[in-house]
Design a protein around this ligand. Structure first.
Ligand code: A3P
Length: 279
């Protein structure tokens, strides 16, 4: 079996690959579903044929960061896939991506989310898979940066800066903007992916279809996401769908915790031009 190092240096993305990047719990599942549904418009399929009815979105975008020596991921990576692009995903910070990826022409989309909702979403996620622990501990880990794929701010800022340096290859999206301006943001995403929607009525209908098929309420209620398991990580699919809103942190963080995170956010984003608000 290849070593992880060899695979990393040998893995060559194709120019039409799209690498979806995110810090965990910032909207990865949604982003995968949106990209999948944008690419699927070419198939002209009916809703009953939608593979998302049978698969958790994560199964459609092999992760580059963990378990990528597993047969399942290798098969997916070797699969020529649909013409015009495979979707891949990673939580790795930009500076940890293999050079073969950073130097390739493959497109990168990053989705970011405000830190307080990210933290609360992550706390719920780990509560579910590891067992309950107090929110104070989650705040402590978040602020000290000791987190899987962390620290949060460095991960996000790395992609933000790269999106400013290489806007044609790196697109930076925000969960809150996707919630607030879904049509506009999906049009932006599709154009970046090289599949722009028409500005005519049929374009609006396609945007609506992509948003409907990728919506939280639809995906959460699908049988596969209620009771299925993502075998690669042995994670119940329902752990990826909780509330799907902006500002849920208010129900869990004390004013002191919120203040501590806000101050850290201000410090970490100073001079970057990036804001991560929960408007
Ligand atoms: P909450 O825990 O705040 O509800 P990730 O996909 O990166 O793991 O992020 C998970 C977060 O995105 C969870 O947030 C989850 O509910 C939300 N989410 C999952 N699918 C979504 C969708 N289709 N639309 C909006 N939010 C979604």
């Amino acid at each position: 079996m290849q070593s992880m190092k060899a695979f990393r240096s040998e893995f060559q993305p194709r120019n039409d690959d799209i690498l979806l990047t995110s810090f965990p719990k910032t909207g990865t599942t949604w982003l995968i579903a949106l990209c999948h549904n944008i690419l699927s418009l070419d198939d002209d399929g009916k809703e009953e044929d939608d593979v998302l009815k049978k698969m958790n979105p994560h199964e459609l975008a092999p992760p580059l960061d963990v378990n990528f020596l597993s047969d399942q991921v290798q098969d997916l990576l070797l699969d020529p896939g649909r013409s015009g692009g495979r979707l891949l995903q990673t939580h790795l910070p930009y500076n940890c991506l293999p050079e073969s990826v950073r130097n390739s022409g493959c497109k990168i989309v990053h989705v970011a989310r405000n830190p307080k909702d990210t933290l609360v979403s992550m706390w719920h996620f780990y509560n579910k898979i590891l067992g309950p622990f107090p929110v104070e501990r989650a705040v402590e880990s978040f602020c000290s940066g000791v987190l899987p794929w962390g620290p949060f701010y460095e991960n996000v800022v790395g992609y933000w800066e790269e999106s400013n340096r290489r806007p044609k290859e790196v697109l930076f999206l925000k969960y809150e903007e996707l919630c607030r301006y879904p049509e506009e943001q999906v049009r932006k995403l599709a154009s970046f992916m090289g599949r722009p929607f028409s500005s005519m009525e049929d374009g609006d209908a396609e945007v609506g279809k992509v948003l409907r098929y990728s919506s939280f309420n639809r995906l959460k209620e699908l049988e596969v996401n209620k009771n299925g398991v993502w075998e690669l990580h042995r994670l119940p699919n329902n752990t990826f769908f909780r509330k799907g809103t902006v500002g849920d942190w208010k129900s869990y963080l004390t004013p002191q915790m919120a203040e501590r995170i806000d101050q850290l956010t201000q410090l970490k984003l100073q001079g970057t031009g990036l804001s991560l608000d929960d408007f």
